[in-house]
Design a protein around this ligand. Structure first.
Ligand SMILES: CC[C@@H](C(=O)O)C(=O)SCCNC(=O)CCNC(=O)[C@H](O)C(C)(C)COP(=O)(O)OP(=O)(O)OC[C@H]1O[C@@H](n2cnc3c(N)ncnc32)[C@H](O)[C@@H]1OP(=O)(O)O
Length: 249
């Protein structure tokens, strides 16, 4: 199984469990995220955490060994749309969603973290929208969410530079909610959040969701997905993926 779901102390935790491949996303993880959404509606937790196994990576984006076989925009679009749809459902869950960024978050991994309400970033973690180095844009809605999350110029810079940022840089540009050195930092965050009644957190989330609905967030995400699918079919993208996959051969 590529993921784990656990409910404990009012917190529903989703863990991507593919550390050998830097927790890259395959179809099974996408299905797991759909199951997570269903479980939130069934179990009514106070908070949701998205994290990953090991200390090296939160998520390295799409599993390029699988998705390299999607060659045209029409082949890439269904995968991008499926993940984009589930990430939108995660973003609009009725309770706060926390990304516990335990290590590198790059490409689609940075998109997943950006879709969350809060990002607790381990001090050794580096994160970035490196999709530009693969001649594509973000394709799961993360570019749109970055523009909702941090100031416009910071978001555009982070997306366009296509490099990884240190935890300190992420704190400075507003992407990281908090940089944590250890599990104690995570516990302190939840202790503080739990001082406030769950219905208050839900009410603020409802206000945020209304704002996103009135600014047509879903339509903007769909447009991002379409643009990424267009770039996907270019040779420049396939050549860059091939270079990454063959780097050690
Ligand atoms: C598809 C959706 C799209 C989007 O919409 O955003 C994307 O996500 S595009 C972005 C895809 N992701 C990447 O380009 C990142 C690729 N990975 C890396 O740059 C690096 O692996 C890392 C995350 C910076 C970690 O570097 P390091 O610690 O040095 O590990 P290795 O590079 O040696 O990786 C170990 C192992 O894992 C394999 N790997 C890593 N990431 C992926 C991936 N995304 N897909 C497939 N395989 C991946 C890597 O090839 C190594 O394999 P082995 O050599 O067989 O051990």
């Amino acid at each position: 199984m590529s993921y784990k779901i656990d409910l404990s102390g009012g917190i529903l935790t989703f863990t991507i469990d593919r550390p050998h491949i830097r927790n890259a996303i395959n179809d099974e993880v996408i299905q797991g995220l759909e199951e997570l959404v269903a479980q939130v509606h069934n179990h009514d937790p106070q908070f949701v955490i998205i994290t990953a196994s090991g200390e090296q990576a939160f998520c390295s984006g799409g599993d390029l060994s699988v998705y390299q076989h999607l060659r045209t925009r029409n082949e890439a679009y269904p995968m991008l749309k499926k993940m984009g749809d589930v990430l939108y459902r995660i973003k609009t869950l009725p309770v706060p969603v926390v990304a516990l960024v335990n290590g590198m978050a790059v490409g689609g991994g940075c998109e997943i973290a950006t879709a969350c309400d809060y990002r607790l970033v381990r001090s050794h973690a580096k994160c970035g929208f490196i999709q530009g180095t693969l001649a594509i844009t973000s394709g799961w809605g993360g570019g749109t969410y970055a523009m909702e999350t941090i100031p416009h110029a910071e978001a555009l810079k982070m997306l366009s530079e296509a490099r990884v940022y240190t935890a300190q840089e992420l704190l400075e540009n507003g992407w990281a909610t908090k940089v944590v050195e250890s599990e104690a930092g995570v516990e302190a965050f939840f202790q503080s959040m739990k001082k406030i009644r769950p219905e208050v957190h839900r009410a603020y989330k409802e206000i945020a969701i209304r704002k996103w609905q009135s600014s047509h967030l879903k339509d903007r995400v769909n447009e991002e997905i379409r643009l990424c699918a267009e770039l996907w079919e270019a040779d420049a993208h396939h050549d860059a993926v091939e270079r990454f996959l063959n780097k050690k051969k």
